[in-house]
Design a protein around this ligand. Structure first.
Ligand SMILES: *Cc1c(COP(=O)(O)O)cnc(C)c1O
Length: 423
């Protein structure tokens, strides 16, 4: 069959009967607390549910759909690459993987890239690279990676251990050894932790942080803190790993979150927005810490032609459509609007914060209302939002969002807060 004929035929038979949550829940594990709508179509910053209701999507697949839904560049890359070559393995050279690596290196502080499929997998790679570096270059027998409280690095065993939030680790012991946690944005705490850990024998190999904590409540990194962290890493010869999975790929208004902090990491990771919704992750590093050799690390799907072509299309569209400027302008508009709402509801809203198009609205600690309550009201008002913990609402729309859409979302958010305030 030619591709043209194929597109006319339904490829898989789905939805013979109307959608039901009961049937879904009978077959799918209940690992997610789902909101009660079923989505089936999207275009730009809008999505539609199975009942035909329209929503403004300020979740974007959790900071992932960089170009929104059904963007022409995404459709072109997906269809062209699937008709050309979709997967071969890293036993061979994959030209488009090289092109994507080149783009990432030319638009960051890194020298080389390794490709995988998710944020957790990228962070696993970063942790493995830091441990190998510690053994070979620093002669550390039991390397420790310091991470922050309220961080989020993924759900595999090593990355859930790296994640400084006990709620994600509960029930999964024994956790992976070699991690130590410190409060975020606290210089004195990290200095004393390193002094303590290295007292008898050198142990600290790396510090792993998010430039802005996403899941942990949309908390931007402090400039002075990160500058001191960079100095500490240079003084000790240890590695600074930045998890850019959520804040990277243009979301902060710059290509990478660290550009907002005036420092450069030795290693950083990307995923979420990198493929615009097609699974791909990357671990990038400077050449001085690239101690991997043939056989050190691998991933069957990692960097396949399909995922790389789509990610490259996302990267090129970022430039072509001048999206970083849009992110900065729409971000300012959104924060200004959220601050106006906050001023109207001081008993409910404590603070608005963020960079570019990753923003959080923190609720007052002493009220019963949770971020989930407001997200539910927002869905009723026609806008999708995602909590970042029990007290923070997160706003992470596609980077293509327009001024009109930001205004519409703000009106819906205000309505949702007004409704929630009355309950
Ligand atoms: C989402 C996220 C991850 C995990 O990414 P997955 O693709 O779900 O494995 C890691 N770090 C940060 C900062 C994230 O936001």
């Amino acid at each position: 069959m030619s591709p043209e004929t194929l597109l006319k035929e339904p490829l898989v038979e789905i939805a013979a009967s109307p959608f039901s949550t009961e049937s879904f829940d009978a077959y799918v594990m209940s690992t997610y607390g789902r909101f009660n709508i079923a989505l089936e179509r999207g275009e730009g910053c809008r999505v539609w549910d199975t009942e035909g209701r329209e929503y403004l999507d300020f979740v974007a697949g959790i900071a992932t759909c960089t170009l929104g839904h059904a963007h022409p560049a995404l459709i072109a890359a997906v269809t062209q690459q699937i008709q050309t070559l979709h997967h071969v393995s890293n036993l061979y050279y994959i030209p488009v993987q090289g092109e994507l690596a080149k783009w990432l290196v030319e638009h960051s502080c890194a020298d080389r890239a390794f490709f995988c499929n998710s944020g957790a997998e990228a962070n696993e790679g970063a942790i493995k690279l830091a441990r190998k570096y510690a053994h070979e270059k620093l002669k550390i027998a039991n390397p420790i990676v310091i991470t922050a409280h309220a961080s989020f690095h993924g759900r595999t065993l090593a990355t859930v251990t790296a994640t400084g939030q006990p709620k994600y680790q509960k029930g999964f012991s024994p956790l992976v050894p070699g991690f130590h946690y410190v409060p975020y944005n606290d210089t004195a705490a990290i200095e004393s932790a390193i002094a303590e850990l290295d007292k008898d024998e050198r142990q600290v190999a790396a510090i792993m942080l998010e430039a802005l904590q996403g899941e942990g409540g949309v908390r931007p990194g402090d400039l002075a803190y990160f500058q001191r962290i960079r100095e500490i890493c240079d003084e000790k010869g240890i590695l600074l790993i930045l998890d850019e999975v959520q804040v990277g790929m243009g979301r902060s208004g710059k290509h990478w979150g660290y550009e907002n902090l005036g420092i450069e990491p030795d290693i950083f990771t990307s995923a979420k927005g990198l493929g615009g919704g097609i699974p791909i992750g990357a671990m990038l590093c400077k050449s001085h810490c690239d101690v991997f050799e043939a056989g050190s690390h691998a991933s069957t799907f990692g960097g396949n032609p399909f995922a790389c072509a789509v990610a490259l299309a996302v990267c090129q569209t970022l430039e072509k459509e001048n999206l970083l400027e849009n992110v900065r302008e729409r971000g300012e508009q959104l924060r200004a609007g959220l601050n106006e709402i906050a001023a109207k509801y001081p008993n409910i809203i404590a603070e608005v914060r963020g960079w570019g198009l990753i923003n959080g609205m923190e609720l007052q600690a002493d009220i019963e209302l949770t971020s989930s309550d407001i997200v539910k009201s927002a869905i009723e008002a026609g806008v999708l939002l995602v909590p970042a913990g029990p007290k923070v609402l997160r706003f992470v729309p596609p980077l293509i969002v327009s001024a009109t859409e930001v205004d519409r979302a703000l009106a819906a958010v205000e309505a949702a807060i007004a409704t929630a305030a009355k309950r």
